[in-house]
Design a protein around this ligand. Sequence first.
Ligand SMILES: Nc1ncnc2c1ncn2[C@@H]1O[C@H](COP(=O)(O)OP(=O)(O)OP(=O)(O)O)[C@@H](O)[C@H]1O
Length: 305
Amino acid sequence: MKLEIKNIHKSFDGTEVLHGVSFYATDGSALGLLGRNGAGKTTTIRILMGVFHANSGEVLLDGAPFDPKLHKIGYMPEERGMYPKKKVMEQLIYFGELRGISKHEAKANATKLLDKLGISEYTNRKLETLSKGNQQKVQLVQTLINNPQIIILDEPFSGLDPVNSQMLKDLIEEEIQNGKLVIFSSHQMGYVEEFCKDVVILNKGNVVLKGELRSIQKEYGDQKLILNANGMTTQELANMLSQQMVECITIVEVRKDYVIFEMLENYDKKYIAKKLIDMEIDIDVFGDYKPTLTDIFVMKAGDVE
Ligand SMILES: Nc1ncnc2c1ncn2[C@@H]1O[C@H](COP(=O)(O)OP(=O)(O)OP(=O)(O)O)[C@@H](O)[C@H]1O
């Protein structure tokens, strides 16, 4: 299964906010849609879900126009829409039936999911009496109640503490293992990095980076090394390297913990290591630079909020 967004343009009141967004997601893996506030994540998801139309462009499922109404989809919108005054199980059954499963199946699925998320004890409580994090977990149960093949989550981790985030992560991970197609938006890199095979970074309505996370990380880390030395600051170390190793490296960034530099063509790690020893640098850390998703995000979309 391949869900594809193709060259989507969207304007609100004459102002274009999506400028030709294209990417695709496949089943059995998760795609993380990343971007700063206002980048266009929610708008993209809403177009995908048919909440509103694009000005131009297409959404395709396996090459054919995608109509979300014709498929089993679990969509968790940014504005969580459940009934505060109704009891948890009561409304989960209601939503289950609304989404095409029997009362019996809805109850069985809800029971299982509530248990997995550690909130079985709230089954007969009114939603509004639960903490915000637990309400969000109920919302996720609602999203998954009909065992959807496509799961679209808008900022699922916002407002969750680390323990709750972990539970939610485990559950999403299980869905991925079960062959589901998962897309979720976030500006929290850590969660995305942990289980998204693919990422799309949006910046001001443009896709500024997309692809397989591991290969992106590899590409961004290619030919780059990190170094820290005892007895000097990273700035002093960087100055020293720029003066004495100018023929073989260029400094990429000076961080608090280490200096990142790039080896010029024809030089390798072994050569650099020898040279550092010749210079009698008291090496503390030396190795390949493995950029985190946050590093890459900052490069492509500016600071993380
Ligand atoms: N219904 C709307 N009417 C007018 N402008 C809108 C509407 N929805 C979104 N926008 C604008 O579109 C741009 C993208 O917004 P969107 O909500 O898609 O961003 P986002 O990446 O989801 O941000 P956040 O992380 O803050 O939720 C913003 O400039 C926003 O003001």
